[in-house]
Write a protein that binds this ligand. Structure first.
Ligand SMILES: Cc1cc2nc3c(=O)[nH]c(=O)nc-3n(C[C@H](O)[C@H](O)[C@H](O)COP(=O)(O)OP(=O)(O)OC[C@H]3O[C@@H](n4cnc5c(N)ncnc54)[C@H](O)[C@@H]3O)c2cc1C
Length: 408
């Protein structure tokens, strides 16, 4: 059985970020176990990420930090940023379109993950591919991690194994309780210049939202839907319904599917000798279901905690609980995000979505002025049936403001 200081389960952005933090800031030996034969594949991602997080969050693949220059010119290594997008559009049913000015990048996600893996290795981390973890046993003060081929031991294991959260279950913690399904086609050609989000609960009662994201030579068109639904049928119907002949007639070059945790942070993200980060910990933005930036950041916190645990030689849950306290101090952990998720996807009706469309049509929802708020109130007063929703709308808007930088 090979000993390591820290074993990381999962070679996605969260696990790789954890390995980078540990290897950059300490001499500890870190092992990443990844079940697939290649980092970044299979892809399960819309490939959108906030530009601000891309430029400011340590552990992102290398890029110049000059935020005023075009990212496309500043990539140091292989160009994983495919396009800078300077506006988002929100389509509400057929009644209106609002915009938001958040700057986004669309990325080549397999390359993004591979560049993170390269950095982790250069810093000294060990990455084993084709290594699916099938069991974790407690042996005195160590955990023994078993793959089909070998066993490894460490005083600290960090679960970064994505939405299925198997390691969380192996450790007896409670995994995410709710998921959504994501389904996407990568199609030939670029058929939008904004990041487009579609909300239409009337035509698509099981779809949370649909997206159309521009890339360098492709467009990603996808949907997130309830688990009790047929996402491929919904996606085909969604594309049929789009007012964009180019999208309908373009060749599909890839199909992508995956699940995303939608119940917010799991209640306990540590126990003796174990921490969990990223999707496996339920750490996604459950309004838009983005999780790359949050995964990278929670991986950094887990890596820092691992270093402190080794410095003080304490791996018990009391010591490790500080990790969760720290995570809870960041905006992406704010319970209002989950409240906003519950209201938006369980409480709002098709006619509420229509009302948003007619109230917000043509507005930039990120820069609503005081005057516009008064206009909104006057318009809303003309829709008495919607006034009872005003507190819900405020909660969703507040949740959106807390989560937007951490997703897209
Ligand atoms: C369709 C879809 C679209 C999305 N679009 C976006 C988007 O545009 N922007 C955004 O920010 N987020 C998006 N997300 C979410 C984002 O992809 C995830 O939040 C992110 O990948 C989480 O990173 P992670 O490292 O925690 O998990 P993952 O990326 O899932 O990585 C976990 C890794 O662990 C490995 N693994 C699992 N079990 C084991 C095991 N037993 N042994 C060894 N290895 C194991 C897996 O193979 C995987 O490589 C999307 C998700 C889906 C499904």
């Amino acid at each position: 059985m090979k000993p390591f200081d820290v074993i990381i389960i999962g070679g996605g952005p969260t696990g790789l970020s954890t390995a980078i933090t540990i290897s950059k800031n300490s001499d500890l030996s870190a092992l990443v176990l990844e079940e697939h034969s290649e980092i970044g594949n299979p892809l399960a991602c819309g490939e959108g990420i906030s530009k601000e997080k891309l430029l400011t969050l340590a552990n992102m693949p290398p890029i110049s930090k000059d935020i005023n220059s075009s990212m496309l010119k500043l990539q140091k290594e292989k160009p994983f940023v495919e396009r800078e997008v300077i506006s988002q559009r929100f389509f509400f049913g057929t009644t209106g379109v609002a915009t938001s000015n958040l700057n986004i990048a669309t990325i080549n996600r397999p390359l993004f993950d591979q560049l993170m893996a390269k950095e982790a290795k250069e810093l000294g981390a060990t990455i084993h591919l084709n290594s699916q973890v099938i069991g974790i046993d407690r042996k005195k003060q160590q955990l023994e991690v078993k793959t089909q081929k070998e066993s490894f031991s460490a005083p600290l294991v960090i679960g970064c194994d994505g939405p299925s959260a198997h390691s969380v279950q192996m450790m007896g913690l409670t995994p995410p309780t709710e998921y959504v399904q994501g389904m996407e086609y990568k199609i030939e050609g670029v058929h939008t210049d904004a990041l487009d989000f579609y909300f239409d609960f009337r035509k698509f009662p099981k779809m949370h939202y649909g997206w159309v994201f521009p890339k360098k030579a492709h467009t990603n068109v996808g949907i997130v839907a309830d688990t009790a639904s047929r996402p491929k049928e919904i996606l085909d119907e969604f594309i049929n319904n789009l007012n964009n002949a180019n999208i309908k007639n373009s060749k599909i070059v890839k199909e992508i599917a995956g699940i995303i945790p939608a119940s917010g942070p799991i209640p306990k993200r540590y126990c003796d000798n174990y921490l969990v980060a990223g999707d496996a910990a339920g750490m996604t933005n459950s309004i838009f279901y983005g999780g790359i930036a949050i995964g990278i950041h929670t991986g950094m916190l887990a890596g820092d905690t691992a270093i402190k645990a080794h410095e003080s030689q304490k791996f018990d849950e009391e010591f490790l609980s500080e990790y969760q306290n720290l995570m809870n101090s960041f905006p992406y952990s704010d319970p209002v995000i989950q409240e906003a998720h519950d209201i938006l996807y369980s409480k709002f009706s098709p006619s509420d979505i229509d009302a948003f469309g007619s109230l917000l049509n043509g507005w930039d929802i990120t820069t609503i002025s005081s005057l516009q708020k008064i206009i909104l109130l006057i318009k809303a007063l003309k829709m008495p049936s919607k006034l009872k929703r005003i507190n819900d709308v405020r909660t969703v808007a507040y949740g959106f403001s807390k989560s937007r930088d951490w997703g897209f």
